[in-house]
Design a protein around this ligand. Sequence first.
Ligand code: GLC
Length: 587
Amino acid sequence: MAETFQRRAHYKECCIYQIYPASFCDGNGDGMGDIPGIISKLDYLKDLGCDVIWLSPIYQSPFVDNGYDVSDYTAIDPRFGTLDDVDALIAGLHERGIKLVMDLIINHTSNEHYWFKESRKSKDNPYRDFYWWRPPKWSESGERLPPNNWREEFSNGSAWQWDEHTGEYYLHLYAKEQPDLNWENPKLRQVIYEDVMKWWLDRGVDGFRMDVINLISKNPELPDASIQDEGETWQWSYEHTANGPRIHEFLKEMNKEVLSLYPDIITVGETPFTHHDFDTLVPYVLPENNELQMIFQFEQTEVDGYPPLVVKKYTLPEFKQVTSRWQTGMQERGGWNANYLENHDVARSVSRFGDDSTPENRVLTAKLLALLQCTLSGTLYVYQGEEIAMANIPPSWSIEEYKDVASQAYYHEEYEIRKKDGQTPDMSDVMHALQCKSRDCARTPMQWSDSTQAGFSTGIPWMRVNDDYREWNVEAQKDDPKSVLSFWKDMIKFRKRYLSSTYGLFEEIHPDHPHIYSYTKTYDRETMLVIINFANESVDFDFGNVKIPAGKPKDQISNLESGSAASVDNKVSMRPYEARAMVWDGQ
Ligand code: GLC
């Protein structure tokens, strides 16, 4: 299978940069990032070394879930611009040899989508079966109840919303304004293929990031979920809604009817709610299955707690174990990884997996994480702001600064539970969780410069700019060879120069070591050795019986200023937070 794994392809070698449009760059001063703003930064993206942009949703949307609630798939939300702007964006990217991947949200729509508005009109409306409608259940005492005990993702409530007009409930695994589409209906599938996917591909986009794609097939019996939380009425439904019975059939059909007709596109699926289950996820990406090129697994990002707002201490061996399992798993099976530490749904990596307690440590550990990501097999994803070490929201911010529907619901539900006898409850642990783990941490505006609003907008930004923008911004880093931004550029070049980073067979050294993550990557005649010290202390690392390439490496890169490459002895002394990658030929 190593042969399949190492078969070269553009989608494997590219660097994909994710833009969260509301917070990237505001071109018209209304406080909201937009497409003209993105266009003004294309040279920046090219210079960074990106080959592909993944754009979070810009479709028309009431914005209950910041665009992940689409009310028209072929219209652009006026807050972001127009279709002409998108055409100009595509042209500007293609001129620079950069591809555009659109977010595709097809597990659910907004409740303001035309299909849903039609669907709720009557039980025999032609769009009724585009969604999951069910009659109520009745308790013995005659109380009306939802069809089953599933809970929604963003709050503790039921995943079913009562609709008085036709006297039925509809299913929404996310907010009640995000009704789930019924993929059992072949008409719905055809409309998505023809009127949504092909419409965009024919317009010139180069692929899709498919939102929660593993939820599109549900157990059609809609049985009650097993009780995981005693005492809770509503329970997580994922045993019946994630990786459902027809998921691979649907994706194979989508591939045959759409994806395979556009040979150079990029496809990546988001596959949450599948824990410690490599074997369930790998079929999505095996080339012989003709489904997707890669998926975003959630095991890595959940190592410090799940559900997302749980803050859990983790050990380095736990973190390494997940990374290494996916590295070796894919090379054994011939599948492909999508490597990310950040996106719009998770807090900032330097705050979570690095150390942002001092400016020096923040620089060092942001570089350390860059070196890690750029030396792993799989496609590299960088999220806006990660390249300048943007950090989490400061602890001093109050709940009003948090804009995300999930953060707000979490806070207010907890508040209501704790509010007793009119006493103001202590919410400090909730605020701590939000500050460490909320999605808002990734959504503060991009920090371009030290001028007003970090150069993001000339107006009042929709979300507050992080207090640290005067020190941490693109302008301050772009001409400084020692900056995090310069290191990312160097790392991306290094990764492209030495293909063992992308395709090398991964072998871990001393997996149980509490501080060091070390591995070799071999591809063709090239060997790469990576040693990363995650501890804020010096560590002597002994390779023991592991054979290390002899002689001087032909190249090396490090997050500390280091002299020219020296040969590696059986023992290396690693300075606090030091990370190094070395390359040899013909070993
Ligand atoms: C995905 C998106 C997230 C959104 C959810 C519902 O997880 O990344 O932002 O809230 O799907 O669409």
